[in-house]
Design a protein around this ligand. Structure first.
Ligand SMILES: Nc1ncnc2c1ncn2[C@@H]1O[C@H](COP(=O)(O)OS(=O)(=O)O)[C@@H](OP(=O)(O)O)[C@H]1O
Ligand SMILES: [Mg+2]
Ligand SMILES: [Mg+2]
Ligand SMILES: [Mg+2]
Length: 340
């Protein structure tokens, strides 16, 4: 009998691998002149659209009935105003899939990501490039794909083209794919490697919070750096936090490069998006770590496109979870993030 989600796992890995190649190719060829600004001011590139089209086309081929909650939509690629960008995305997608796709097919594939999410049945959630700012800087970014069944994340794949496979030996190459299925543990392999090359990963066994390493967002607008400094002080941590873009932070906790990932709300009006956390969440939990919001509640992926009932994210190895939560709550007590 096949293992739980065996086909989904293989298809998700193939999709993330191909999308990661799209991103790397775009960075090498195009990134300097293909950036545009979405209404929310986040940078979005030809690679975000190309990667979303590639993943959605692969998912549709294998699982035509599965909807997708994806970050991007095709608005900026439509009409005369979108022609130049559209043509580049179409060319990119054709070469990534080894078959030409017409422009309308590419736009339709991107817009398969407009599903509302929710508690019933199954849907995928996709961040074609998480950490777009890191991508544009040539630093960390990740292609993140997860499967949600009945409101719970059951499978997650995170592709990190710029992450060293072994942090202690960065000269030995970059490019990591991390994967987890509920109940089966978490694994990593080099991007482009076969199933046989997978190695189990585990969160650290650190028990004394003073020995813990913290990671957090590069952007202070995504996670409060001042609150995290206070939390580290309460925990007796003297090491500086490692700032890293994207769900690579979850991978760092899942394989013991870091012990604590702090994402501390800056604004009370911002709701975290499910595609920013679903894949990383299951990878940390299957590696033996813990994930909650700043109140200690589990992240609730059953409520649509956002984590509307959660604020912030705390992901840690198991031995330092309670101490971290206590320090988070002491630091945030009485402080309400601004509504802007
Ligand atoms: N205000 C606010 N608060 C929290 N999170 C926000 C906020 N605004 C945006 N985003 C989302 O942050 C995603 C990138 O998160 P990172 O942890 O990679 O941030 S950072 O680049 O390291 O600073 C980023 O994902 P991508 O757009 O896929 O890069 C956004 O979805
Ligand atoms: Mg974005
Ligand atoms: Mg993101
Ligand atoms: Mg993104």
């Amino acid at each position: 009998m096949p293992a739980y989600l065996e086909k989904e796992r293989a298809v998700a890995i193939e999709a993330v691998e191909r999308a990661a190649r799209v991103c790397t190719a775009v960075f090498q060829r195009l990134v300097t002149d293909e950036t545009l600004t979405k209404k929310d001011k986040s940078p979005v590139t030809v690679a975000d659209f190309g990667a979303q089209a590639v993943v959605n086309a692969i998912l549709e081929r294998h699982f035509p009935d599965d909807p997708v909650v994806g970050e991007e939509d095709s608005r900026d690629l439509q009409g005369d105003g979108g022609r130049a960008l559209r043509e580049k995305v179409v060319e990119l997608v054709g070469s990534a899939l080894d078959r030409p796709m017409a422009a309308d097919e590419v736009l339709r594939a991107i817009d398969r990501g407009q599903h509302a999410g929710g508690p019933a049945g199954r849907h995928w959630t996709l961040d074609p490039i998480d950490g777009t700012k890191g991508f544009l800087r040539g630093e960390q970014f990740a292609v993140c794909l997860a499967l949600v069944v009945d409101g719970k994340v059951r499978l997650g794949v995170v592709g990190c083209p710029n992450l060293p496979y072994d942090m202690s030996r960065p000269a030995e190459g970059r490019g990591v794919l991390a994967v987890a299925v509920e109940g089966q543990g978490a694994f990593q392999r080099r991007l482009g490697a076969s199933d046989a090359a997978e190695q189990r990963i585990r969160a650290s066994g650190v028990a004394d919070p003073r020995d813990a390493a913290v990671c957090e967002s590069v952007e202070a607008g995504h996670s409060s750096h001042s609150d995290s400094a206070q939390i580290a002080q309460l925990l007796g941590i003297s090491k500086q936090p490692v700032r890293m873009d994207s769900q690579c932070k979850y991978v760092a906790v899942a394989r013991g490069d870091a012990d604590i990932y702090l994402r501390l709300p800056v604004s009370s009006s911002y709701a975290e998006k499910i595609w920013d956390h679903a894949a990383g969440n299951i990878i940390v939990r299957e590696a033996g770590g813990c994930v909650a919001d700043v109140s200690g509640r589990p992240l609730d992926f059953s409520l649509g496109r956002t984590l509307s009932q959660n604020a912030g994210v705390i992901a840690t190895s198991a031995g330092v979870f309670d101490a971290t939560m206590a320090a988070v709550q002491q630091t945030l007590a009485g402080k309400a993030p601004s509504a802007s």
